[in-house]
Design a protein around this ligand. Structure first.
Ligand SMILES: Cc1cc2nc3c(=O)[nH]c(=O)nc-3n(C[C@H](O)[C@H](O)[C@H](O)COP(=O)(O)O)c2cc1C
Length: 186
């Protein structure tokens, strides 16, 4: 097995995260991994926001402000929303920024953004940090998208919660390869 295969087979998302978060040098390196995502026509249809410290408090306020939004109330408790970003010392928001292109439909650009977030997650885990990819209603709320400075066509691909693993979660059952792979034609 190669190191990469071992790293993938041993990886797991970790929800219980504490300080410290990665430093600037490591962050630059793992974000460079995100930019290795396959990318049809090299459109670079993604960008990332790094949020730490007071930024996490501000993000909590932004989440809470959508709780009783007149058009699209989030249907969640304000305080719970406010505390959400405080589950880790760092959040990285993966954003898909689709570009109009005659041969590259939006779905391909979204997939590229997803692969980039996946590479970022793996790189963080390989460097010894914990991370967890989350979305939920907060990822799709227009007020939150606006508050984070997204353009109207941009979409949040995920919130990556990042930090040091406080305690590992129980192992997740993994499917057998034969359960999700078949040969064609049979
Ligand atoms: C696009 C996307 C969104 C997700 N959103 C959530 C979420 O909001 N809450 C959650 O508990 N898990 C969410 N997950 C799943 C976790 O990140 C994680 O993959 C899952 O708990 C399985 O754990 P594992 O990564 O160790 O296999 C999401 C995964 C993806 C790919």
């Amino acid at each position: 097995m190669t190191d990469v295969i071992d790293a993938i087979l041993n990886r797991a998302s970790e929800p219980r995260l504490i300080a410290p978060a990665p430093d600037r040098a490591l962050l630059d390196r793992v974000l460079a991994c995100a930019a290795r995502a396959p990318d049809h026509a090299l459109l670079r249809p993604w960008r990332y926001l790094v949020i730490e410290g007071e930024g996490l408090d501000a993000l909590g306020e932004l989440f809470a402000s959508a709780a009783d939004d007149a058009d699209q109330p989030l249907g969640a408790d304000r305080d719970k929303l406010r505390r959400m970003p405080l589950r880790a010392p760092m959040m990285i928001v993966g954003i898909c920024s689709p570009r109009p292109h005659p041969k590259v439909p939006e779905i391909e650009q979204m997939v590229s953004a997803g692969v980039g977030l996946g590479y970022l997650l793996l790189a963080l885990e390989s460097a010894g940090y914990g991370a967890m990819w989350r979305t939920g209603d907060v990822a799709y709320h227009p007020r939150i998208r606006d508050g984070l400075g997204l353009d109207p066509e941009e979409r949040i691909a995920g919130f990556l919660y990042v930090g040091t693993v406080e305690s590992r979660k129980p192992a997740v059952p993994r499917p057998e390869v034969a359960d999700f792979v078949s040969r064609w034609p049979r």
